[in-house]
Design a protein around this ligand. Sequence first.
Ligand code: NAD
Ligand code: TYD
Length: 337
Amino acid sequence: MKILVTGGAGFMGSNFIRYVLNKYPDYKIINLDKLTYAGNLENLRDIENNPNYTFVKGDIAKTEDVDRALGEGADVVINYAAESHVDRSILSPRAFLDTDIFGTYTLLEAVRAGKAKKMIQISTDEVFGMVHNVNEEFTEETKFDPSSPYSASKAGGDLMANAYWRTYKTPVIVTHSCNFYGAYQYPEKLIPLFVTNLLENKKIPVYGEGNQFREWIFTEDHCRAIDAILHKGEAGEVYNIGTRNRKANIEITKFILNYLGKDESYIEHVADRPGHDFGYAVNPDKLIGKLGWKPETNFEDGLAETIEWYKNNESWWKKLKSKEYQEYYEKNYASKK
Ligand code: NAD
Ligand code: TYD
């Protein structure tokens, strides 16, 4: 099988590429990535010389880049590429529209033209808006009600995927997943930011009181979900990916503090995020019942493994948090959004 993975130099895309190359030694992967601030070829250092892996630098919103990456064609496009951070979308929404909506449209057009046989759109539960308590759940039928420019842009891409299926029968599957955690996550998101700040002896900014909650899935479990969808999922279907592992931000904060032997004086309660969704909770019964997938990683074990990874890979994240890098980012990336 030949797979075009987009955004493969990012957090989950790189984990998925490694997973596929290990599990399916005869599969070929092309990674199309624009290398934004979140794209990092160091995430793939261990597999960059694998003969079944090719990297193409390019933008999913540019037809010529997508065509170049697809070459003679592919069996499937798996779209991990996105602007993915809510806080950045609040500061500067434009890049989110370009990649998450227009980029998704460009890939759908390539599939509609027959350059790939199908597409899997990797999306988020955030398109559904929020739940108010841990017993409410988003199902595949829940209406979209996004709050942030990030989730509105992802919803735009997903709606376009649904429209392409209904209108043209373009074979596309959409997934809505809960929050990922694990190795190689950029240190701007809750878990890696807090772990790396504490490893640097810095304070950790909890938005508001920290009572908001998220549902969490470990990288390996998400890779296995996409594996199941890739091999058994049906075109035109939507699958929620969830674990029912729901935790308030403050609980996670205390777990990390405790694990790293720090006390609660490191917590800094800062102003809340504007439009902050209170909770996300995903009903994954369709994926479990129809495709036989289930999450396998216990949250505390996965979180401990993740913290250990950041402890053991300081050189990976130190660069991303360095002043020099932040200046590079401001000059080359932030100012151009
Ligand atoms: P990430 O920000 O770590 O990586 C995104 C990657 O996409 C980077 O390598 C970046 O260079 C690349 N990219 C950005 N714009 C591009 C463009 N125009 N063309 C080509 N490449 C481009 O993201 P992530 O956290 O790994 O998330 C992957 C996907 O999963 C995203 O679609 C995101 O919306 C979705 N998702 C993420 C989470 C989460 O918790 N992180 C949860 C559910 C769904
Ligand atoms: P984040 O990792 O940005 O993911 P998302 O907003 O897409 O779920 O944030 C997870 C939760 O953690 C969210 O409720 C906001 C909160 N948060 C903080 O309290 N402090 C922070 O510095 C960050 C980045 C997030």
